[in-house]
Every structure is written in structure tokens, then in C-alpha cells.
Design a protein around this ligand. Structure first.
Ligand SMILES: NC(=O)c1ccc[n+]([C@@H]2O[C@H](COP(=O)([O-])OP(=O)(O)OC[C@H]3O[C@@H](n4cnc5c(N)ncnc54)[C@H](OP(=O)(O)O)[C@@H]3O)[C@@H](O)[C@H]2O)c1
Length: 328
């Protein structure tokens, strides 16, 4: 099988490339001219330079490709205008789908996010839970799903949508701040810490993507990909502290003043293209329940997460320590 991975220079995309190589796929990695590609060097990967905003680039990248793993997205950049999210996550996705159709690609895996469900009122949520995106990233991921569904329903493109929960592991720097604050005993729990949280170790996530691409039953379907269990935010913080061999965080403060401050910071900083010191999405983690049911992926894809949270956190903490990420 010949696979194209978009977002191959990113955290998840890099692991996707490695996993596919391990499974004997021929892999083409789509990267931008500005992408950091050290992680791909020395590997048996065909590195293709292009942008998902260019349909012409995608048509060239998809020549002789059987399966596309569309993982690229605008995700972490808090100082980007809303239009940038629309461009990458919606127009970019439409370009991927349209180029895949024209190229005769046999399968497309579209990476969405469980964030499309927003706060989970009745945990754990299945794929049928209501969609309730809470910010521009999640809104544009919902729109990206609509585009993918359109190409399946109206054009017959064999698409599968995968909704991962929070992805973590060595190489991730999104959760680094929390590890760092716990390590330096500066972590503050906003709210009671009893909110539900769900993660998947990155190697399990990418295995879920591959299984979705290999199962014929997955065509036209949507799957939640998550770890075995969910847990409270207090438990999560405690496991990080254990892995770093420090005392668990104790300080707790009310969350709403921080939420209000985040709102004000975003209103001032984003139009000026400055990274806000606090933004609401960071605070959501303390207030929105996220707990998911992976029965559908288990039954139809044979998905079975291998790395439990405690081990995954240990491996991640070790990687941060060894690479000096916690020194600052
Ligand atoms: N990480 C999580 O916890 C999580 C949870 C749920 C869902 N997801 C989804 O998982 C996927 C991967 O997330 P991640 O954390 O691995 O993100 P990431 O590390 O930020 O990687 C994003 C990738 O997208 C690429 N990209 C952005 N704009 C592009 C464009 N116009 N053309 C081509 N490539 C472009 C980036 O390229 P550059 O290197 O050039 O910037 C990068 O390779 C995303 O679809 C995200 O929505 C992530």
C-alpha cells in the first residue's frame, strides 16, 4: 500500500509515518517548505513539499497513492485569526478530498477531534453524541467533517472520519506546560479537579488510524479513538507528579475569574497577532468533561489501546526530563 500523510512534520503525523513504515507501507510525507523535517530524515520516506491550501500540490502529491491520512490541521496556534483556521481546517480539507477523488485514491482517513463534541453532558460519549464545538478550532473541525461527509455521500469517496481524544507521548509539547508546572511545584488546579479527562498515547492513536484505513466496514463511518479509560483531572495531575517524583499539586483556585481574564486577553491580543498569556481554550480543560466510549472502534476496527495512562505518562515524563524540557 502506498500512503500519503499530510501533517507529517507534526507530532501525530510523524508517528503515523513511523507506524506505516513499520507495517510495510510505502510512505509519502507532505510537508511545507517551512516545516521542521528533522524527524523524517534518514527514513525510507518520500518527502514531498507542498501545501494543503494548494489543490495542484495535492494532485501531484497523490499520484500513485492508495490511501491518504489527512492529519494536517491548524491546531496549537493561539495567535492566529479565525480565517486561518477556516483556510487550513475547512478549505484545506476540501482540497484534500477533491484531489483524492480526482486521483482515484482508494481510502481517505480524515483526522478530526473529539473536541467537536465540546462538553460531554452524559459521559461517556459515543460518536452519536451532540456536536457542540466551543472555539474556532473545534468549529472548523466540525466543518471539516461536513466536507468529508459530503465527499463520501455525494461523490462516493471512500472516507472514514476518526475523532481522536487528546494525544500525548514523547515529542508532544502541548501538555509540556502542565508537566513543567507540576515539576516546579507551580501548578494550580482551577476548579475542583473533578472534571473528566480522556487521552490516548500517540502510538495507539496512529494504530487506530491505520486500522480504520484497512477495514472495509469503516468506509463512510466515524470512530472515536481514545485510551482504555478516562479519569479526573486530579488523577491526571497526580500521575504526572508520581512520574516526575514530586509531590502532587495541592493549590486549587476558582476557575471563572481566569476564564474571564482569558476572554479579555484574547480580545486584545489576537487582533494584534500576539499570543495571549491566557486563553479560554486553556481553561476549558478545567471545566469541560471529556470522556468517551470506544466500543465502536473496538468492535468494528479491532482497536485495542496498548499503552495505559500511567505507563504513557511515565514514558512522556522521562522524555521531557532526558531532553531538558523541564529545566526551564
Ligand atoms: N494533539 C492532540 O491532542 C489532538 C487531539 C485531537 C485531534 N487532533 C488532531 O490531530 C491532528 C494532528 O495534531 P498534532 O497535535 O499532531 O498537530 P501538530 O503537531 O500541530 O501538526 C500539524 C501539522 O499540520 C501541518 N499543516 C498545518 N497547516 C498546513 C498546510 N497549510 N499545509 C500542509 N500542512 C499543514 C503542520 O505543518 P508545519 O510543520 O509546516 O507547521 C504540521 O505538520 C490534527 O488534525 C488535530 O486536529 C490532535
Amino acid at each position: 500500500m502506498r500512503a500519503l500523510v499530510t501533517g507529517a512534520s507534526g507530532f501525530t503525523g510523524g508517528y503515523m509515518v513511523d507506524h506505516l513504515l513499520e507495517k510495510g507501507y510505502q510512505v509519502r510525507a507532505l510537508v511545507r517548505p517551512t516545516s521542521q523535517t528533522d524527524g523524517l530524515s534518514g527514513k525510507a520516506v518520500d518527502v514531498f513539499t507542498g501545501d494543503i491550501l494548494s489543490r495542484a500540490d495535492l494532485l501531484r502529491a497523490m499520484r500513485n497513492i492508495d490511501v491518504v491520512f489527512h492529519i494536517a490541521a491548524l491546531y496549537r496556534a493561539a495567535n492566529q485569526p479565525d480565517q486561518a483556521y477556516w483556510d487550513v481546517n475547512v478549505t484545506g480539507t476540501a482540497n484534500v478530498m477533491s484531489a483524492a477523488l480526482e486521483s482515484g485514491v482508494k481510502r481517505v482517513i480524515h483526522c478530526s477531534t473529539c473536541g467537536v463534541h465540546g462538553h460531554i453532558a452524559k459521559p461517556p460519549a459515543t460518536e452519536d453524541a451532540p456536536l457542540d464545538p466551543g472555539d474556532i478550532y473545534q468549529q472548523t473541525k466540525v466543518e471539516g467533517e461536513k466536507v468529508a461527509n459530503f465527499y463520501f455521500r455525494e461523490k462516493g469517496l471512500p472516507v472514514t472520519i476518526v475523532r481522536p481524544v487528546g494525544i500525548y507521548g514523547p515529542g508532544d509539547t502541548r501538555m509540556l506546560k502542565m508537566y513543567r508546572m507540576i515539576y516546579h511545584r507551580k501548578f494550580i488546579m482551577f476548579g475542583g479537579g473533578n472534571v473528566l479527562y480522556h487521552l490516548t498515547y500517540v502510538t495507539d492513536t496512529v494504530e487506530g488510524f491505520r486500522l480504520a484505513a484497512e477495514q472495509p466496514v469503516a468506509i463512510g463511518q466515524t470512530y472515536i479513538i481514545a485510551g482504555d479509560t478516562y479519569f479526573t483531572f486530579n488523577e491526571f495531575a497526580r500521575m504526572i507528579a508520581d512520574a516526575l517524583d514530586v509531590a502532587p499539586p495541592r493549590l486549587k483556585l476558582p476557575v471563572w475569574p481566569v476564564y474571564a481574564a482569558g476572554y479579555v486577553c484574547e480580545k486584545i491580543c489576537i487582533p494584534l497577532r500576539i499570543q495571549p498569556p491566557i486563553f479560554r481554550r486553556r481553561v476549558d480543560i478545567f471545566v469541560k468533561d471529556r470522556a468517551f466510549d470506544i466500543s465502536k472502534a473496538r468492535a468494528e476496527l479491532g482497536f485495542a489501546p496498548k499503552v495505559d495512562l500511567r505507563h504513557g505518562i511515565r514514558r512522556t515524563a522521562q522524555w521531557y526530563l532526558e531532553n531538558g524540557y523541564l529545566d526551564k
